[in-house]
Design a protein. Structure first.
Length: 241
């Protein structure tokens, strides 16, 4: 009988020690209720633990499990950071490659056309710029129907159909670029020329971009394969207009 009373007394002490739980309820923004209950017992009955509950259910974890979850999230964030750095590096490389492709090499159609034009150019004008430049372009593989006048290579869309895109006159010239001057009262056929990498060539080697002494309007054309991209081409067109 005495032993039974002693056991009940000990159990009563244990219950009394563990019944001092403090319960606090938070309701941020009135949208989700969280109840955090901290149960502390003496060293003889275990260690502290946290109980997190929401209106959608309850989840019980120890402090060690929470710390492990934080470590896992941190490792995942670092992995994403490495992936982003890798993608950024790859994009930079591809942009450099695209930029390198935007300049024609010696075996490209623009370079071949310019070299052929320079090879047969005269020392002074013969009045047949359209014929000389047209033959140079066709020898490089550009396909189009010849026009009787130089200015028509721009106004009839001949260069565009052959694969050229109109760019801004302010762009630095590169090999194979073609310039077409509008017709005027003094020059009813206009003028056409091609850049060979160092100077402008038509039926003769020109000393400057303009074959005329006065100021005349013109458009600049470049093989569309060597225009950076469609958006830039649109900007060039807007600037040229």
């Amino acid at each position: 009988m005495k032993q039974a009373l002693l056991i009940l007394s000990v159990l009563g002490m244990g219950i009394a020690q563990t019944s001092g739980a403090v319960e606090t309820t938070f309701q941020p923004n009135n949208t989700l209720s969280h109840t955090i209950t901290n149960i502390s017992t003496s060293a003889n009955y275990g260690s502290s633990r946290n109980i997190y509950s929401t209106n959608s259910g309850a989840y019980v974890s120890s402090n060690d499990e929470i710390s492990q979850a934080i470590d896992n999230l941190s490792a995942h964030a670092k992995q994403k950071e490495y992936q982003l750095a890798s993608l950024t590096s790859r994009l930079s490389y591809e942009q450099r490659q695209q930029q390198a492709k935007s300049v024609p090499d010696r075996y490209s159609a623009p370079a071949i056309a310019a070299a052929n034009a320079a090879r047969v150019a005269l020392s002074s004008s013969s009045g047949y710029c359209a014929r000389y430049v047209r033959k140079a372009l066709q020898s490089a593989g550009y396909e189009f129907t010849p026009n009787p006048s130089a200015y028509q290579y721009a106004t009839r869309g001949t260069l565009a159909q052959a694969g050229f895109a109109k760019i801004s006159n302010n762009m630095p010239p590169q090999i194979g670029d073609v310039v077409v001057y509008d017709r005027s009262s003094k020059h009813p056929h206009g003028h056409i020329q091609i850049f060979d990498g160092s100077q402008w060539v038509s039926d003769f080697r020109q000393s400057s971009i303009s074959p005329y002494s006065g100021a005349y309007s013109y458009t600049t054309w470049r093989d569309s394969q060597y225009v950076d991209d469609a958006s830039n081409r649109g900007i060039y067109l807007a600037m040229a207009d």
